[in-house]
Design a protein around this ligand. Sequence first.
Ligand code: NCD
Ligand code: ZN
Ligand code: ZN
Ligand code: ZN
Length: 407
Amino acid sequence: MHELVLKGKFFVEKHVINGYIGVDNGKITKFSKKPLNGEEIIETKAHEVIMPGMIDVHVHLRDFNQKHKETIKSGTMAALHGGITTVFDMPNTDPPVVTKEIFEKRTELFKRKSYTDYALSFLIAGNCSEVKNVKVDFYKIFMGVSTGGIYSENFEEDYKCADRKVSVHAEDHELIQKFLERPNIVEVKAIEKALNASKRLRKPLHICHVSTKEGLKRILEESLPWISFEVTPHHLFLTKRDFKKNPLLKVYPPLRSKEDVIYLWQNFEKIPIVASDHAPHTLDEKEEGAAGLPGLETELALLLTAYNKGMISLWNIVEKTSLDPAKIFGIKNKGFEVGKDADLIVVNLKEEWKVEPEEFYTKAKWSPFEGWKLKGKVKMTLLRGKVVMEDDEIVGKPRGERIVIES
Ligand code: NCD
Ligand code: ZN
Ligand code: ZN
Ligand code: ZN
């Protein structure tokens, strides 16, 4: 007898089967084609599929002195609503996470407020002496200025002192000063610099929000096993023509040309991770020129819409939003396998809905995709075997835990 059994369609490797998932003590304990007994049973409906909860490796949850933009509470509720059960918190907060003291504050806050499981980060920018004092899940380095204004004067030195994976914002500082609109070359130059440093140091690096054709091409050509990267939904679904019509779509790196976007889609299979780069600002701040877009609650539905159009496979979505992030960042307790946390989502593949940001949990209260009709919707989210979101409602209290990284 299992504590909980889910009945429905799910992936076994690349194939969808109809079967049963047993859950005990918050862990997946059995996959079976034959019926399993459960004290509690969740039966999925027509057009529904059970998928692993998404792991979003790039999320700005703000809080601290920017609670008006987002809090750990509102942001992680938004994540559950979008089918995300683990978030990687970004350290360009106010104050930024650059000392042991602030890191500890952030840790305490997450313990009390997070509705999802989480990974905690530390921002490196000339503060290598602080690095040995903290035990973090990943590091963040900005090669050029983005929101928060902190960047590395010496990328390679900062990268060198990290003892875990570094996520890097690759836009070149000098070129940003020269070309305020941040054309492709700003990203490409920084990616080349990062690749060169990485070839010398041979240590884990994750390149954030790759948006340009040439940048992606360079990364794929090098194909270094210790380098990973992500692409965001906004760089896949929007172009700079959209930005010309709607200045609220300002984001770093900026939205690109159709040619870039087509190249990203042509190489979609080779992209290891899709991450939201959820970067909430209020509408007032956006009107004053703040860069960043909210994305937690539209990420999966956009991808499912692309699946429904025949552009990508469902398996691709599962890999890039959950299985690959767990592997690449070495998360011990995550993965769609027996013995791992029962982080599961139930998705209706055919349900159509309209993006209405007033119904979202993020404090941003606007969306780059406002008014879009999407096909595919998250109906239920389970975190470690407990239902935490059902039919757009968050269920229960915050019970997020810090993930465990393999050492
Ligand atoms: C992000 C933010 O607002 O924190 N903004 C953005 O335009 N992407 C920072 C970042 O990811 O560079
Ligand atoms: Zn039907
Ligand atoms: Zn960035
Ligand atoms: Zn970001």
